[in-house]
Design a protein. Structure first.
Length: 226
Protein backbone atom coordinates (compact mmCIF):
# COMPACT_ATOMS: atom_id res chain seq x y z
CA UNK A 1 0.00 0.00 0.00
CA UNK A 2 1.44 3.32 -1.09
CA UNK A 3 1.99 6.11 1.41
CA UNK A 4 2.87 3.78 4.30
CA UNK A 5 6.34 4.05 5.76
CA UNK A 6 7.92 1.02 7.42
CA UNK A 7 10.92 1.35 9.70
CA UNK A 8 13.10 -1.25 11.37
CA UNK A 9 15.39 -0.33 14.27
CA UNK A 10 18.95 -1.27 13.40
CA UNK A 11 21.12 -3.38 15.69
CA UNK A 12 23.00 -1.23 18.18
CA UNK A 13 20.51 1.66 18.17
CA UNK A 14 19.81 1.23 21.88
CA UNK A 15 23.52 1.43 22.72
CA UNK A 16 24.01 4.61 20.67
CA UNK A 17 21.02 6.32 22.30
CA UNK A 18 22.38 5.40 25.72
CA UNK A 19 25.83 6.68 24.78
CA UNK A 20 24.41 9.98 23.50
CA UNK A 21 22.30 10.42 26.63
CA UNK A 22 25.24 9.78 28.95
CA UNK A 23 27.52 12.06 26.93
CA UNK A 24 25.04 14.92 27.35
CA UNK A 25 24.95 14.27 31.09
CA UNK A 26 28.75 14.25 31.24
CA UNK A 27 28.92 17.62 29.47
CA UNK A 28 26.56 19.03 32.09
CA UNK A 29 28.76 17.64 34.89
CA UNK A 30 26.33 14.86 35.80
CA UNK A 31 27.20 11.23 36.32
CA UNK A 32 26.08 8.89 33.53
CA UNK A 33 22.77 7.19 34.25
CA UNK A 34 24.23 3.73 33.97
CA UNK A 35 27.34 4.35 36.05
CA UNK A 36 26.54 1.67 38.56
CA UNK A 37 28.22 -1.60 39.30
CA UNK A 38 31.27 -2.72 37.38
CA UNK A 39 32.26 -4.57 34.28
CA UNK A 40 32.31 -3.71 30.56
CA UNK A 41 29.65 -1.18 29.60
CA UNK A 42 28.49 -0.43 33.15
CA UNK A 43 30.33 2.90 33.39
CA UNK A 44 28.37 4.64 30.64
CA UNK A 45 25.15 2.63 30.73
CA UNK A 46 25.97 0.97 27.42
CA UNK A 47 25.22 -2.72 27.23
CA UNK A 48 28.11 -4.25 25.33
CA UNK A 49 27.60 -7.83 24.23
CA UNK A 50 30.55 -9.93 23.24
CA UNK A 51 30.78 -10.14 19.49
CA UNK A 52 28.44 -7.19 18.95
CA UNK A 53 29.44 -3.65 18.00
CA UNK A 54 28.06 -0.14 17.64
CA UNK A 55 28.28 1.83 14.40
CA UNK A 56 28.72 5.59 14.76
CA UNK A 57 28.25 8.24 12.08
CA UNK A 58 30.14 11.51 12.65
CA UNK A 59 29.42 14.59 10.53
CA UNK A 60 32.66 16.59 10.43
CA UNK A 61 30.76 19.62 9.12
CA UNK A 62 28.56 19.94 12.19
CA UNK A 63 30.08 17.80 14.96
CA UNK A 64 33.03 19.28 16.84
CA UNK A 65 36.22 17.35 17.52
CA UNK A 66 35.29 17.03 21.19
CA UNK A 67 31.84 15.69 20.36
CA UNK A 68 33.30 13.09 18.00
CA UNK A 69 35.91 11.90 20.49
CA UNK A 70 33.41 11.85 23.34
CA UNK A 71 30.91 9.86 21.26
CA UNK A 72 33.53 7.22 20.48
CA UNK A 73 34.57 7.04 24.12
CA UNK A 74 30.97 6.77 25.23
CA UNK A 75 30.33 3.95 22.74
CA UNK A 76 33.17 2.03 24.36
CA UNK A 77 31.76 2.69 27.81
CA UNK A 78 34.30 5.34 28.80
CA UNK A 79 33.75 8.60 30.68
CA UNK A 80 35.00 11.36 28.26
CA UNK A 81 35.95 13.77 31.05
CA UNK A 82 37.85 11.10 33.00
CA UNK A 83 39.73 9.89 29.91
CA UNK A 84 40.72 13.43 28.88
CA UNK A 85 42.06 14.22 32.34
CA UNK A 86 44.21 11.10 32.14
CA UNK A 87 46.04 12.20 28.99
CA UNK A 88 49.40 13.71 30.04
CA UNK A 89 49.69 15.99 27.02
CA UNK A 90 46.06 17.00 26.50
CA UNK A 91 43.99 19.50 28.50
CA UNK A 92 40.58 18.54 29.85
CA UNK A 93 37.73 19.11 27.45
CA UNK A 94 36.28 21.91 29.55
CA UNK A 95 39.61 23.78 29.65
CA UNK A 96 40.33 23.87 25.92
CA UNK A 97 40.45 27.47 24.62
CA UNK A 98 37.59 28.76 22.50
CA UNK A 99 36.61 31.96 20.66
CA UNK A 100 34.93 33.22 23.82
CA UNK A 101 38.39 33.62 25.37
CA UNK A 102 39.34 36.31 22.84
CA UNK A 103 39.10 40.01 23.62
CA UNK A 104 36.30 42.21 22.35
CA UNK A 105 38.45 45.34 22.57
CA UNK A 106 38.70 47.35 19.36
CA UNK A 107 42.10 47.10 17.66
CA UNK A 108 41.45 49.30 14.62
CA UNK A 109 38.34 50.44 12.75
CA UNK A 110 36.08 48.28 14.98
CA UNK A 111 38.08 45.09 14.35
CA UNK A 112 38.51 42.89 17.45
CA UNK A 113 40.41 39.69 18.22
CA UNK A 114 37.16 37.72 18.12
CA UNK A 115 36.19 39.20 14.78
CA UNK A 116 39.59 38.36 13.32
CA UNK A 117 39.34 34.76 14.49
CA UNK A 118 35.79 34.39 13.17
CA UNK A 119 37.07 35.63 9.82
CA UNK A 120 39.98 33.17 9.75
CA UNK A 121 37.68 30.33 10.78
CA UNK A 122 35.19 31.12 8.01
CA UNK A 123 37.44 31.67 4.98
CA UNK A 124 38.60 28.78 2.82
CA UNK A 125 41.91 27.10 3.78
CA UNK A 126 43.80 28.64 0.85
CA UNK A 127 42.86 32.18 1.83
CA UNK A 128 43.67 31.39 5.48
CA UNK A 129 47.12 30.19 4.41
CA UNK A 130 47.78 33.35 2.38
CA UNK A 131 46.85 35.56 5.32
CA UNK A 132 49.11 33.52 7.61
CA UNK A 133 52.01 33.99 5.18
CA UNK A 134 51.45 37.73 5.16
CA UNK A 135 51.46 37.77 8.97
CA UNK A 136 54.75 35.84 8.91
CA UNK A 137 56.20 38.45 6.53
CA UNK A 138 55.19 41.36 8.75
CA UNK A 139 51.95 42.27 7.00
CA UNK A 140 53.23 43.30 3.57
CA UNK A 141 54.35 41.28 0.54
CA UNK A 142 54.41 41.61 -3.22
CA UNK A 143 52.09 39.68 -5.47
CA UNK A 144 55.11 37.83 -6.88
CA UNK A 145 56.33 36.78 -3.41
CA UNK A 146 52.98 35.27 -2.51
CA UNK A 147 52.51 33.58 -5.88
CA UNK A 148 55.98 32.03 -5.80
CA UNK A 149 55.56 30.85 -2.22
CA UNK A 150 52.32 28.96 -2.92
CA UNK A 151 53.06 27.73 -6.45
CA UNK A 152 54.77 24.59 -5.11
CA UNK A 153 53.62 24.70 -1.50
CA UNK A 154 53.77 21.21 0.09
CA UNK A 155 50.37 21.38 1.81
CA UNK A 156 48.46 24.27 0.21
CA UNK A 157 49.55 24.61 -3.43
CA UNK A 158 47.83 27.47 -5.26
CA UNK A 159 48.47 27.99 -9.00
CA UNK A 160 49.51 31.51 -9.93
CA UNK A 161 46.30 32.14 -11.82
CA UNK A 162 44.21 31.03 -8.81
CA UNK A 163 45.56 33.36 -6.11
CA UNK A 164 43.01 36.09 -6.88
CA UNK A 165 40.12 33.65 -6.83
CA UNK A 166 41.37 32.07 -3.62
CA UNK A 167 41.27 35.42 -1.84
CA UNK A 168 37.67 36.17 -2.86
CA UNK A 169 36.44 34.22 0.18
CA UNK A 170 38.06 36.90 2.39
CA UNK A 171 35.90 39.58 0.81
CA UNK A 172 32.77 37.42 1.02
CA UNK A 173 33.34 36.62 4.70
CA UNK A 174 34.22 40.26 5.43
CA UNK A 175 30.73 41.34 4.39
CA UNK A 176 29.18 38.86 6.80
CA UNK A 177 31.51 38.99 9.79
CA UNK A 178 33.54 42.21 9.58
CA UNK A 179 32.70 45.56 11.20
CA UNK A 180 29.99 47.85 9.82
CA UNK A 181 32.36 50.06 7.88
CA UNK A 182 34.49 49.87 4.76
CA UNK A 183 37.72 48.80 6.43
CA UNK A 184 39.34 45.73 4.90
CA UNK A 185 41.35 42.97 6.51
CA UNK A 186 43.47 42.61 3.37
CA UNK A 187 44.36 45.56 1.15
CA UNK A 188 45.38 45.01 -2.49
CA UNK A 189 47.46 47.69 -4.19
CA UNK A 190 47.23 46.78 -7.87
CA UNK A 191 49.43 49.69 -8.95
CA UNK A 192 52.34 48.63 -6.74
CA UNK A 193 51.30 44.94 -6.81
CA UNK A 194 51.38 44.63 -3.03
CA UNK A 195 49.26 42.84 -0.44
CA UNK A 196 49.00 44.69 2.85
CA UNK A 197 47.45 44.10 6.28
CA UNK A 198 46.89 47.05 8.60
CA UNK A 199 49.75 46.96 11.19
CA UNK A 200 47.31 47.54 14.07
CA UNK A 201 45.71 44.18 13.30
CA UNK A 202 48.89 42.13 13.28
CA UNK A 203 49.00 41.17 16.96
CA UNK A 204 45.31 40.31 16.92
CA UNK A 205 45.85 38.07 13.89
CA UNK A 206 48.70 36.31 15.66
CA UNK A 207 46.42 35.58 18.60
CA UNK A 208 43.72 34.40 16.22
CA UNK A 209 46.14 32.00 14.53
CA UNK A 210 47.32 30.71 17.91
CA UNK A 211 43.73 29.77 18.70
CA UNK A 212 43.26 28.32 15.20
CA UNK A 213 46.28 26.06 15.77
CA UNK A 214 44.87 24.94 19.12
CA UNK A 215 41.34 24.39 17.76
CA UNK A 216 41.52 23.22 14.12
CA UNK A 217 38.08 21.67 14.64
CA UNK A 218 36.60 25.19 14.52
CA UNK A 219 38.01 26.00 11.08
CA UNK A 220 36.16 25.75 7.78
CA UNK A 221 37.54 23.06 5.50
CA UNK A 222 37.51 22.66 1.74
CA UNK A 223 34.01 22.26 0.29
CA UNK A 224 32.99 18.69 -0.32
CA UNK A 225 33.53 17.41 -3.85
CA UNK A 226 30.31 17.07 -5.86
Amino acid sequence: MYGVEHRTEWAGAQQVRAAARDFRRTVLGLAPVGRQGSGPGARMGVEITKGAGVQLTIDTQTDTYEQAIAAVQAAYGLNPAAVASGWPDAPELASRPGPETLSGDVLWEDWTDRMLFDTLASVLPGARAVLRRLVELGGTASYDEIQEHFADHPTTPIPQNRIGGTLTSIRAVRQRIGPDNRSKLLELDDRRRIYRIEPALMEGLKRAYDLADARPDLLRQEPASP
